[in-house]
Design a protein. Structure first.
Length: 644
């Protein structure tokens, strides 16, 4: 690498394996070694310790000590420097935003060797645009960012800078008092400036380590040293800007997904059922309950390929879900983020926005596109995560749909809507042209899909076009009912028993008679219990058939979380009732007559002067001072045990 420039891209092991930034050198900081494009080097204990504190600053330190170049650059696999002279729109945080690093992104940022080389040849130092903080100062931002950010650490930093570089003390003080903040150490520097920078910053860091008692600090406490390093980086940027060097301040870009999409393939070669669930991180406890209910009824001779469609599930929650299925050799569980596959597809963004007109999150809308997300699968069963399974799910998977594209249970709730149980829904389902016969509508909480027939009937372009024809009330459910009317197969009602919140009795007035009787019969022996609507067992202690949910929930690691949320929901509901009551009473307390009793104020409120209601009450209640009124007054005082 002698006499060449190189931009080192900080990444984890998976990023480096899948990243599309092929022209740069990737740096992976592993447990006991650092790897730069396949070059490994064991670290001594002191360097490992320092690496743990300073993250990307350790990469700078390692490169400074070990690699000889003409110019050095540092970026992150998701945070890049733009080398374009054109100014692009940025988000609220000051980033040019891209979903993926693709050809469009590369061209916009001018991330090619010839362009970067031409800029480096005539520039001494390239940095990114700083952030204008919403805090009072950089110092204020540092202290409020974490309870482990200590004023004493800043004082120690000032002391070290004063001793080593007294001329720079005012720069540090000026930077801390200002609102301009360099949020990420992304830069490109000539060899001379890079050596000067490293000598300056690491001499301060090493002395700082000696001055601070690091042995008593927690992991997060050690990470606060990294934030002190960030302050030092900002100070050096201010220092170099005041010099006569040739400086370039460039825009910065953020890449949402820096990993290539993986096309999942069946884990098992034969005798398997593929089940797709959809969950957010918040919904994981309920997803776990659904999975546990599936596991309680599996056939040891059948394989189960479980896939969770997700976009924000934490690593911790993924590990807990993995642990849930780990004891079953015939069960596989994987997670799939659909955005990396679809968000760059023309028109998909708009469809997601259209789908998002309801209370349902986008991740639910994505599952309508599973035939195109999983081209290696021929058949799939998707399930909601607000249900529990009471039978072997593979039996549903094996159902013959008579060459239909999808199978589901007839939705009697939509029938009730169409018949007037909810006027707002009635207008939509009876008047909109989404279906020729709304009474043949199916519930999308449990759907068996022939993916091959689905793809053969509609290409992704055609499906996106058809999906955008209407703004639906229930995104993916309305979409598949609308598009595949006449290509659906109604399965046994026992495979999707809808609970109707507090009970099904209300539906008697609105659901057609025969479907309702079929429902009542199927409810006696349900295979799947589905808690539709906003009322769930975890937020309503009296939810219909809720005991079945709690039976499986208590067998998961999330049981305490679910209980806590239920208690919080109940308390919130009670507090809202109290608040509403106080809002009713408040006007009485604000009566202009201070001598008027609260009872009088209440009567004044519900029976205003001049109203018919007040005239009726006056006829019933004796007139003040009358004989009847005096007798009632004596009885009142006697009852409360006091004299007048």
């Amino acid at each position: 690498m002698n006499n060449e420039y190189c931009i080192f891209v900080q990444c984890n092991e998976k990023d480096a394996r899948n990243s599309e930034l092929k022209s740069f050198s990737y740096v992976k900081n592993l447990d006991n070694e650092i790897e730069i494009d396949g070059i490994e080097h064991s670290l001594d204990t002191n360097l490992i310790y320092r690496k743990r504190m300073e993250k990307e600053f350790f990469t700078q330190y390692y490169v400074w000590k070990n690699i000889n170049l003409s110019s050095y650059g540092f970026m992150d696999s998701s945070k890049l420097i733009s080398f374009s002279t054109e100014k692009y729109l940025v988000n609220d945080d000051g980033w040019i935003w891209f979903y993926f690093f693709d050809e469009e992104c590369e061209n916009k940022l001018m991330l090619n060797d010839s362009k970067i080389r031409s800029i480096i040849d005539k520039t001494d130092f390239i940095i990114i645009e700083p952030v204008n903080l919403k805090y009072n100062s950089v110092y204020d931002y540092y202290l409020k960012a974490s309870p482990l950010h200590l004023m004493s650490d800043i004082d120690c930093l000032k002391k070290v800078v004063e001793n080593l570089y007294p001329k720079d003390e005012y720069l540090l003080d000026e930077y801390l008092k200002g609102k301009i903040y360099y949020s990420d150490p992304l830069f490109v520097a000539s060899k001379k400036i890079f050596n000067e920078y490293c000598e300056w910053i690491f001499s301060i860091i090493l002395r700082l380590e000696e001055e601070l008692d690091l042995l008593i600090r927690s992991k997060e406490g050690l990470e606060s040293i990294h934030d002190l390093c960030m302050i030092l980086f900002g100070v050096y940027c201010c220092k170099i800007l005041k010099s006569k060097k040739n400086i370039s301040i460039n825009q910065r870009a953020f890449i949402e997904f820096n990993q290539q999409a993986e096309e999942l393939k069946p884990v098992f070669s034969e005798n398997f059922s593929t089940i797709l669930l959809t969950s957010s991180d918040y919904y994981v406890p309920y997803c776990a309950t659904t999975i546990k209910s599936i596991l309680c009824h599996i056939n040891p001779k059948t394989n189960y390929d479980l896939i969770i469609l997700q976009q924000d599930i934490s690593r911790n929650n993924m590990e807990k879900l993995d642990l849930l299925v780990s004891q079953y050799e015939n069960v596989s569980l994987r997670f799939y983020d659909p955005r990396r596959k679809l968000l760059n597809y023309p028109g998909f963004d708009r469809i997601c926005l259209d789908f998002g007109v309801t209370r349902f999150p986008p991740i639910l809308a994505y599952r309508a596109f599973i035939p195109y997300l999983f081209p290696n699968y021929e058949k799939m069963l998707w399930l909601d995560c607000d249900l529990v399974v009471e039978s072997d799910i593979s039996e549903l998977y094996k159902i013959d749909m008579n060459n239909k594209i999808l199978g589901f249970v007839h939705d009697i709730v939509i029938c009730a809507f169409a018949n007037g149980s909810d006027p707002s829904y009635q207008k939509y389902y009876r008047d909109s042209p989404i279906m020729k016969d709304i009474y043949l509508y199916g519930n999308a909480g449990v759907v068996l899909l022939d993916l091959e027939k689905f793809r053969n009937m509609l290409s992704l372009d055609e499906f996106i076009k058809r999906s955008g024809e209407y703004k639906h009330m229930i995104p993916e459910q309305d979409t598949i009912n609308c598009i595949f009317e006449g290509h659906t197969y109604f399965i046994d009602r026992r495979w999707n028993i809808i609970t109707f919140a507090s009970g099904p009795e209300w539906a008697q007035r609105f659901v057609p008679y025969e479907p309702y009787q079929e429902y009542l019969e199927a409810k006696k022996n349900p295979f799947i219990v589905h808690y539709v609507g906003p009322e769930k067992p975890w937020n309503n202690a009296e939810a219909n058939m809720g005991c079945r949910f709690w039976y499986y929930a208590q067998m998961t690691e999330f049981y305490n979380i679910i209980l806590q949320r239920q208690i919080e929901a109940i308390v919130k509901k009670e507090l809202n009732q109290i608040k509403n009551t106080l809002e009713i009473i408040e006007p009485f307390a604000k009566s202009k007559d201070p001598n008027r009793s609260k009872l009088r104020k209440f009567i004044d409120f519900i029976c205003p002067y001049g109203s018919m209601r007040r005239s009726i009450v006056k006829k019933i209640i004796p007139k003040t001072g009358s004989l009847t009124w005096m007798k009632m007054r004596k009885i009142y005082w006697k009852l409360i045990g006091k004299n007048e």
